[in-house]
Design a protein around this ligand. Sequence first.
Ligand code: SAH
Length: 227
Amino acid sequence: MVKGNLNSNSATDGIGMTSQRTRDRLIDRLKHSGISDTRVLEAMRRTPRHLFVDEALAHKAYDDVSLPIGQGQTISQPFVVARMCELGLSGTLVNKRVLEVGTGCGYQAAVLAELFPIVFSVERIKDLYLQAQHRLATLQLYHVHLRYGDGFSGWLNESPFDAILVAAAAPEIPEKLLRQLAVGGKLVIPVGDSSQQELQIVTRTDSDYSVETDSQVTFVPFLRGQI
Ligand code: SAH
């Protein structure tokens, strides 16, 4: 566990519907829904999700739902973030470097920043990339490295990664991402079309890859190019 990354202050602490008590209730709910990795539960307890959504939606930030973040995109449902992190951590003995594809508002990157010493994240929509960069800098999460680009190609110069989490649904697993996985590492990716997707987990072995299937999920589409 990477400890003490998020500095507590009046903005991160929250009040009322964003208070620690409200946040603790979300963590209890995640536990009841089957999230068991205490590292992930504690990382999510510490991460101020209300700072990653519009102020008008802050009162819903600790409900277990996805919410709009502009540009037709969403902040993922907390359960899905927790599950992806849990699966991402389940593979390697060394959980050092993680790549997220689809930064969006930056929430999952902030959670990952509590779990991995170095976090890389790529976003194809410039406006969201800039907003996420601002938020993560405000939270002083300087070990999160963001890039504006098409995550379909991963981040070759920084590979291999111990975990790669894709936050948008792809019709099939991109070959380039597989090649950037460390041996023993996990790629977690929603695979399917706009109506039906399943979370798949690929493990890289010494000579091959193995694929397992987790739950049914709903993500925004994984799209090519930058805007
Ligand atoms: N990680 C976010 C979820 C973001 S939603 C969270 O913390 O809640 C998914 C994001 O993936 C969107 O912002 C979308 O623009 C982005 N995305 C889709 N295709 C992409 C691609 N090829 N490269 C990079 N980002 C992509």
